[in-house]
Write a protein that binds this ligand. Sequence first.
Ligand code: PGA
Length: 270
Amino acid sequence: MDIKPILGCTIRFEQDVARDIIVIGNWKMHKTAHQAAEMIELLAPSVAGCQARPLLAVPFTAISAAVAAAKQTKIVIGAQNMHDAQEGPFTGEISALMLKEAGATFVLLGHSERRRLFGETDSVIHRKIVRALQDDLQPVLCIGETLREREEGRTEEVLSLQLEHVFTHVPKTAFSSVRIAYEPVWAIGTGKSATPQMVQKVHAFCRSCVKKIYDSTTAQAVAILYGGSVKAERVRELVSQDDVDGVLVGGASLEPASFAAIIQQCEGVR
Ligand code: PGA
């Protein structure tokens, strides 16, 4: 696998103080720029006083409009993917610098739909993480096992390999701006959410992998979110687990009421 060290990468970002709860909406290929602005205007008042931090990963074409609509609010806008090169002959692709200039502050990387439908490997995802860090975008790395891998008892092996492949040679200082999202592939868009106990066990394991790659302070500081059919009814129990620092929400992030309900359910947990 082609994994190279990042040279001279010393960028630091805002840290999550005491691991605040973070709720990220992943809109996937939904909403035009106009629809994005409309949704943010409806969502903002209902989350204004909430403790949890709302983030939205929106389609490329909606970033600028979403940033403008979110300006006086606590909602933070990001992207769902990017290329690993700074620029070049890559028709149809988008760079970290382009996303930054449009107003994105974070980017989802390694989502299972990117891995499964667009052939992204850990090696490609590693390069994207490095590029995001070098170009000052906060990456959210998505990892997760398939149903088959879980049934074969390989969940921990799969997750530890994904983490090792992606973060080996990423310096500790740069890693401090990374967030991790555990999204079991079998739970995404299926209505089958993992139980809070299953999620806690996996998150504690992922934290131990980060400890192995870096150290225990780094492992304690990293935010690990859960994603996969998250709904308001189940979110409180999920984020009450020690190692669950928030959720990554697909379907239920598309309507202001269902997304606001998820954010409100996190109230007072930490
Ligand atoms: P879902 O999607 O909440 O619709 O399962 C989650 C995701 O893909 O990030």
